[in-house]
Design a binder for this molecule. Structure first.
Ligand SMILES: NC(=O)c1ccc[n+]([C@@H]2O[C@H](COP(=O)([O-])OP(=O)(O)OC[C@H]3O[C@@H](n4cnc5c(N)ncnc54)[C@H](OP(=O)(O)O)[C@@H]3O)[C@@H](O)[C@H]2O)c1
Length: 167
């Protein structure tokens, strides 16, 4: 289970149910690392994206038993979302389950995650959704790749991978 998120220096990931920046490079990176994999996301994140992302399977978590989004799997709690994502990963031949946010879902899944793939955006925007603290006693940075802002990017950013400390 891999949590994939873009966050500001203040850990902000969203404001008023949208992303707080424009970062075309990160959208390309996001597509590359999530393609062919099942993705778990909260109902607010799915509605914020507003559509299914092609080449991936979406499992949306909601407590609303009547919620329907054509083409998405709907789970009533995180345990059933994870079980369904595991089954879909096996069927798709995927080696990872992606947890795609938002803040509520990251907070409830970071304890059980195997890895984090974070885009650290060099901004500290207003936010109302945040990524949880990344405890250095639990998480070890395994890779960092810094990028200047390209056309379509509002700020410089870095791709940072974390894995759990072993032992
Ligand atoms: N920067 C990034 O990488 C990134 C990634 C994803 C999202 N975002 C941003 O994050 C914001 C959305 O995050 P958010 O924290 O407000 O919402 P969210 O986590 O996307 O969704 C919250 C909703 O998920 C459902 N939910 C949460 N826990 C559940 C559980 N244990 N069992 C069943 N359902 C559960 C509930 O849906 P119901 O109310 O329907 O019951 C809840 O209202 C947006 O601004 C979005 O743009 C940013």
């Amino acid at each position: 289970m891999v949590l994939v998120a873009a966050m500001g220096r203040n850990r902000a990931i969203g404001v008023r149910n949208r992303l707080p920046w424009r970062l075309a490079s990160d959208l390309r990176h996001y597509r590359k690392i999530t393609l062919g994999k099942p993705m778990i996301m909260g109902r607010k994140t799915l509605l914020s994206i507003g559509r299914l992302l092609p080449g991936r399977e979406t499992i949306v978590v909601t407590r609303d038993r009547g919620f329907v989004f054509p083409g998405a799997h709907v789970a009533g709690d995180l345990a059933s979302a994870l079980a369904l994502a595991g089954a879909r990963a096996a069927a798709m031949g995927a080696d990872e389950i992606i947890v795609a946010g938002g803040g509520e879902i990251y907070a409830q899944t970071i304890c059980g995650a195997d890895a984090l793939k974070i885009t650290l955006v060099d901004l500290a925007p207003d936010g109302d959704a945040f990524f949880p603290a990344i405890d250095p006693a639990v998480w070890r940075e395994s890779r960092r790749e810094a990028h200047p802002a390209s056309p379509g990017d509002e700020a410089p950013f870095a791709f940072i991978d974390y894995i759990r400390h072993t032992a």
